[in-house]
Design a protein around this ligand. Structure first.
Ligand code: GLY
Ligand code: MN
Ligand code: MN
Length: 490
């Protein structure tokens, strides 16, 4: 018998086993150590078909190769992040990595290595292989498969993803020794960045990140299908919430958050961003995610939430609902104004239109309403020129949507904000009006009311398609939909 925690001293050239820190292991006898090495079935999966998005990812890698000839390109998936002590946050792979591989495995790194011929690159996906059973890694290491679950072997991953795979544990050393120009996507893998520290510059790395952001502006058919799936699940999540508003009234906004999350987790990977479950005056806080407030009959609920699919595409939808099922007169007046602004915004989404057009169209309607209600002095053109409506409209009217909720966020101004809409782009249209509870410039009855309506719009060849059209938007349709779901009346 031995008290040692490791069954054997690993060979010098092997990676040391990272022991779990919690000290749960009893001593391991030589006999147990020997026993644990054998008696395991061969579970290698053979004849695997590539995942559906593999050819699309390959095309993106080819385009990337053409943009940066002769340079080594390093795109990490990222690592687990500690939540507390020895527990980690759920892992979510870096968007750039997912887009170029279809993979989502932590600690992986995609490397495009320029060919010696000078023509193109060889792509290799570095990742953790199956756990070693000879040295006890698989059951004694905290990252061993016995603890965290079976991984694909390198051969399996290569077949599924359509890209060569190699052991990531050798990568940092390889990169340290590599010569020639190199760029890395920063912010995801500190170890890889440290290995490259004296070879890269912030400016050149940023060019890579910007390119990859812009490469996501136009979605392919697979991506549009995934976004539609995300939206469809989100619609069901909103229906779930309406059905439990009475339980939320008896508890808090958390009941709404938890209800939507259940749908997201069962049908997808997660929510694509922290759900905003903002009842009453919380609706005027744009990113209210504490969700610990009361839900009161007579108030509005602004619910901004999106399911993220298992392939990591997210919806981003907002509805502002009367908690008791009926908007009061002022709530309806504000809601209908935002609806009208959204209609004008959606109508401006078409190929060839300036990206800014839908924002301008929505803002004009909102400015008109604010002048009409006497909240700001006209004329409307003066209000728009000076941006005076922004005290109550607060944010831009939308953004690109995809793997990230605010997708393509580092695209250059000329290709995004000052760019032109093209078929295949997906964006949100989400005007809002927000009257803060302490805004002394508006009549008291307005204070604490916030309304946003947000839909996910695909630019088509001849206009647009509202991917979230299944969720009612008009105030009377919202009321009828809520009544149907809560069994009130037809
Ligand atoms: N959910 C954040 C946004 O609407 O942009
Ligand atoms: Mn949005
Ligand atoms: Mn949103």
């Amino acid at each position: 018998m031995t008290d040692e925690l490791t069954p054997e001293t690993p060979d010098e050239d092997e990676q040391p086993i990272k022991q779990r820190k919690n000290g749960l292991y009893p001593g391991v006898s030589d006999e147990l150590a020997a026993n644990m090495k054998s008696g395991w079935a061969d579970t290698e999966l053979r004849d695997l078909e590539p995942i559906e998005q593999a050819p699309n990812a390959a095309r993106r890698r080819e385009a990337l190769s053409r943009r940066f000839p002769g340079e080594r390109l390093v795109i990490p998936a990222g690592n687990l992040k500690t939540r507390s002590n020895d527990t980690e946050y759920d892992f979510r792979a870096a968007t750039e990595f997912v887009h170029l591989t279809g993979d989502q495995t932590e600690d992986s790194v995609l490397v495009l290595e320029p060919r010696e011929s000078g023509e193109g690159h060889d792509a290799t996906l570095y990742r953790l292989p199956r756990s070693n059973r000879e040295n006890g890694e698989f059951w004694l290491d905290g990252m061993g498969e016995l603890w965290v679950g079976r991984r694909n072997s390198l051969d399996e991953a290569a077949a599924l993803l359509g890209v060569a795979c190699a052991d990531v544990r050798e990568l940092a050393d390889t990169l340290r020794e590599a010569t020639g120009p190199v760029r890395v996507v920063r912010g995801h893998d500190a170890g890889i960045e440290a290995a490259l520290a004296d070879k890269v510059t912030a400016e050149r790395d940023e060019e890579l990140r910007v390119y990859l952001s812009e490469a996501r502006l136009i979605k392919d058919e697979f991506e549009i299908g995934e976004l539609q799936k995300a939206v469809d699940s989100t619609v069901r999540g909103f229906e779930d919430v309406v059905k439990v508003l009475d339980k939320a009234e008896a508890t808090s906004e958390r009941y709404i958050e938890g209800t939507f999350f259940l749908r997201a987790r069962v049908e997808g990977n997660d929510v694509g961003y922290g759900s905003i479950c903002a009842a009453g005056p919380h609706a005027t806080t744009l990113h209210w995610v504490r969700n610990n407030g009361e839900v009161r009959s007579g108030d509005l609920l602004l619910l901004d939430a999106g399911v993220e699919t298992n392939t990591l595409y997210t919806a981003d939808v907002t509805r502002t609902l009367p908690i008791n099922g009926t908007y009061n007169d002022l709530q309806r007046k504000i809601y209908d104004a935002v609806y009208e602004a959204q209609e004008a915004g959606i109508a401006a989404v078409k190929p060839g239109a300036a990206y800014r057009d839908f924002h301008d169209a929505s803002q004009r309607v909102l400015a008109e309403k604010l002048v009409e209600w006497g909240l700001v002095e006209g004329p409307v053109d003066r209000v728009l020129e000076l941006g005076l409506q922004r005290r109550w409209t607060l944010h831009g009217t939308g953004h690109m949507l995809g793997l990230d909720v605010h997708d393509c966020a580092v695209a250059r101004t000329e290709t995004y904000v000052n760019g032109t809409l093209e078929a295949g782009m997906v964006l949100t249209v989400e005007p809002g009006l927000y009257f803060q509870a302490d805004d002394l410039t508006v009549p008291e009855e307005y204070r604490g009311i916030g309304v946003r309506i947000e839909d996910d719009i695909l630019v088509t060849e001849d206009g647009n398609r509202n991917l979230s059209a299944a969720l009612p938007r008009r105030s009377d349709e919202v009321e009828a939909w809520m009544a149907r779901l809560t069994g009130q009346q037809a």
